[in-house]
Ligand binder design. Structure first.
Ligand code: ADP
Length: 492
């Protein structure tokens, strides 16, 4: 199939929300610029959503919800599966569009995201008949059962780092469960998700999903506060997560919050060095400029492997090609925005001021059109003092800090000494050490000798400041997008 040029697509999708099955501008007529972070070219103008637009989208979702929920679950499932099939057919175009608005390298990152999006829809579409209740042995004269019922209208607020995937993990289970949804896209990346919704619009009835572009306070907050929104599911920063939680408390509304992380990677002395180094490259997510909630931004290496590990990691990172995200040769694209770029550079300056040694790998793409782009060279810090903010705070950039340790107890204590608890990995050939790591590491997602990306069927979510509730998996659909109703039928 002929793929549409991503620049043209961004233009075509400019100035529009998708409400009640139709593309509409903001009621105010306002828009905002969206840029290509590799060149700072304006690629399009997104509709600037505000309360009036939120009201229209929620009204459409509310109007559509009863009929949607009244469909047999498997019918809803079939329609959501069909969305997945069509998204799959458009995945190259979606990958190019998301690369354009986020600066994520096409080959190493954006194509991976586009594939997971299609998977999430087909996975949840197939789970429709799992929306089952239970029968409860209570009294022989009474049939007691539980039913899974939809919540109603679900608000989904998403970030820019993997926008299509995080939208899919929210709206596919919400819709299969019989809810209708209103999405608020991230201001940096409004177009790829809008294109996904345009594809869904070929299949689903009007109002079942609606998508608005806009900023947090003007568009996200009114969605959280809207009296007809019965649940909000959010991925983003801890700070914004807490604002949303407070807004939800006013309405006693349930929320799912997927927040930040400072995920430790532990390399034991008996680890396979080569595998662990490859795991660090994928774990820090250098290819995405470290813009991942689960980025291995603290690496603890046993003293016996410490120096060899650092040398091998430097060599790997130096060999990576930073460049135009749309270029097939590129391994590493850009940071998403000026704000994030300045923030990441601030942490690198801080780490150096704290006395850390910074190895800056790869090389900047040079001049020409890319000279102004938000490229940051990957940084491997060593010799940082333990109280450096680079070791404790989430950076969301291509920066990791390597520290040495000698015993398992010591490293587990260090790894757990964090306000976050999202992900962790441990690299060892010893089964007992691996199991100790799995049991003792305070994180929602622990992996041994690997760094798998998030999968639709694996429950994902953090503890401590990393969030509330789980995303992906059957459990997420049942626990987070339905109410459980208990019914007692007295047969006497
Ligand atoms: P990031 O640092 O990744 O941009 P944010 O948490 O600020 O993280 O943003 C994630 C999403 O939350 C974006 O869609 C953003 O517009 C939205 N957002 C920001 N502030 C608010 C708010 N006060 N209420 C609702 N949504 C918000």
């Amino acid at each position: 199939m002929a793929e549409q040029d991503p620049f043209e697509l961004a233009q075509d999708l400019s100035g529009k929300h998708l409400i009640d099955g139709a593309f509409v501008p903001s009621q105010s007529g306002k828009t905002f610029d969206v840029i290509y972070p590799a060149t700072l070219e304006v690629i399009g103008k997104a509709a600037f959503g505000e309360k009036a637009d939120v009201d229209a989208a929620v009204a459409a979702a509310k109007k559509a919800q009863k009929a949607w929920a009244a469909l047999p679950a498997r019918e809803r499932g079939k329609l959501v599966t069909e969305c997945g099939r069509r998204i799959e057919a458009h995945k190259e175009e979606l990958a190019r569009l998301v690369a354009l608005e986020t600066g994520k390298a096409l080959r190493t990152e954006s194509r991976v995201e586009a594939s997971v999006v299609a998977d999430a829809f087909t996975f949840y579409g197939g789970l429709a008949s799992e929306l089952k209740g239970e029968s409860v042995p209570f009294n022989p004269d009474m049939l007691t059962v539980t039913l899974r019922e939809p919540i109603g209208v679900v608000g989904a607020i998403i970030p820019w780092n993997v926008p299509m995937m995080l939208m899919a993990f929210k709206i596919a289970p919400a819709m299969v469960a019989g809810n209708t949804v209103v999405v608020k896209s991230a201001e940096e990346a409004p177009f790829a998700v809008l294109r996904v919704c345009e594809i869904m619009n070929e299949v689903l009835p009007p109002g079942v999903f609606n998508i608005l572009s806009g900023f947090g306070p003007e568009c996200g907050a009114p969605l959280v506060e809207h009296p007809d929104v019965g649940k909000v599911t959010f991925t983003g920063s801890v700070e914004t997560g807490k604002i949303i939680y407070r807004g939800a408390a006013e309405k006693l509304m349930p929320v799912t919050l997927e927040l930040g992380g400072k995920s430790p990677m532990i390399v034991m002395g008996d680890a396979d060095l080569e595998r662990a180094v490859a795991g660090a490259v994928s774990g820090v997510r250098f290819t995405r400029q470290g813009q991942s909630c689960t980025a291995a931004s603290r690496i603890y290496v046993h003293e016996s492997l410490h120096d060899a590990f650092i040398e091998a990691l430097k060599a790997k990172v130096d060999a990576m090609v930073m460049g135009d995200p749309l270029d097939e040769k590129t391994d590493i694209g850009t940071i998403v925005s000026e704000q994030q770029y300045e923030r990441v550079l601030g942490y690198i300056t801080q780490g150096k001021a704290d006395g850390g040694t910074a190895h800056e790998g790869s090389s900047l793409p040079g001049d020409g059109k890319l000279a102004k782009g938000y490229f940051v060279r990957p940084v491997i810090f060593t010799d940082l003092p333990e109280d450096s903010r680079v070791i404790s705070e989430e950076i969301f950039g291509p920066v990791t800090a390597i520290q040495r340790f000698s015993t398992l107890d010591e490293v587990i204590d260090k790894a757990n000494d964090s306000e976050y608890g999202l992900a962790a990995t441990i690299w060892t050939r010893d089964l007992k050490t691996a199991m100790e790591g799995v049991r003792r590491l305070e994180a929602g997602f622990v992996q041994v000798n690997q760094n798998l990306v998030v999968q639709p069927n694996l429950s994902y979510g953090g503890i401590k400041q990393s969030g509330l509730g789980k995303e992906a998996s059957l459990e997420a659909m049942l626990e987070h997008f339905t109410h459980k109703k208990t019914a007692i039928i007295n047969m006497t």
